[in-house]
Ligand binder design. Structure first.
Ligand code: DGI
Ligand code: FE
Ligand code: FE
Length: 205
């Protein structure tokens, strides 16, 4: 649908506002508010850590582009593209909004940058060895100012600007605790990501 191609080049204001308009069409108003908040939170983190602010804005703007699709549609997109679907994802297809979103970002919204596509693809579970942009989106998604429920939010918001890896670990820890307490299915990648960041923090200390 877009006539431009989003690569690493500087983002034109008109390009970002096109994406913003597209998101306002495919998301309900609460999700759209969240989207804007993630994009701006991610852009601040990018400025703080020397990542491209433009890439952070695009990834933030598109990270939940598939969030409002029905589960059947998420499954059909992923199956059609022969993406690997885990047992947990079959049990909870909404988890697929990240993978399906990454596909739509490329095909519908013309994003070519692989780091942006990965950041969208891995924003829910994280992955071991995330790039800086992936970590920024993962953290921004959790701590954007509209989020109210999670414990330790103040601490995580502060830590995010001083030690991004520690913020990633705190988020994974709290997410796993929450999922365990609520008896939800836990995706293997979420656990593997947690283990990876526990180990990498230990080697730093
Ligand atoms: O799409 P958002 O709501 O903005 O955020 P998200 O993509 O991080 O999805 C949030 C939900 O995903 C949150 O309730 C925690 C959940 N989640 C993360 N990892 C797992 C998971 N849910 C399950 N069931 N299993 C996981 O491994
Ligand atoms: Fe999401
Ligand atoms: Fe989100």
């Amino acid at each position: 649908m877009q006539e431009f191609s989003i690569e690493d080049k500087a983002l034109k204001t008109s390009e970002l506002s096109k994406l913003r308009k597209e998101m306002s069409k495919v998301q309900d108003s609460k999700r759209f508010e969240h989207t804007l908040s993630v994009a701006y939170t991610a852009s601040n983190l990018a400025a703080c850590y020397g990542e491209s602010v433009d890439c952070a804005l695009i990834a933030g703007m598109l990270h939940d582009c598939a969030k409002c699709l029905p589960e059947k549609k998420l499954l059909s997109i992923c199956e059609k593209q022969h993406m690997e679907i885990s047992e947990e994802e079959y049990k909870k297809p909404s988890l697929l909004h990240a993978k399906a979103g990454s596909y739509l970002a490329e095909k519908e919204y013309n994003v070519k940058n692989k780091d942006i596509l990965n950041a969208i693809c891995n924003h829910t579970t994280g992955r071991p060895g995330m790039s800086l942009l992936e970590k920024i989106i993962f953290v921004a998604d959790y701590m954007e100012p509209g989020r109210r429920q999670a414990p330790r939010l103040d601490q995580i918001r502060k830590t995010a600007y001083t030690d991004l890896d520690k913020a990633v670990l705190m988020i994974l820890e709290d997410t796993l605790n929450y999922l365990q307490a609520s008896g939800s299915v836990i995706e293997k990648t979420t656990q593997e990501t947690y283990q990876y960041y526990v180990t990498s923090q230990k080697t730093i200390l």
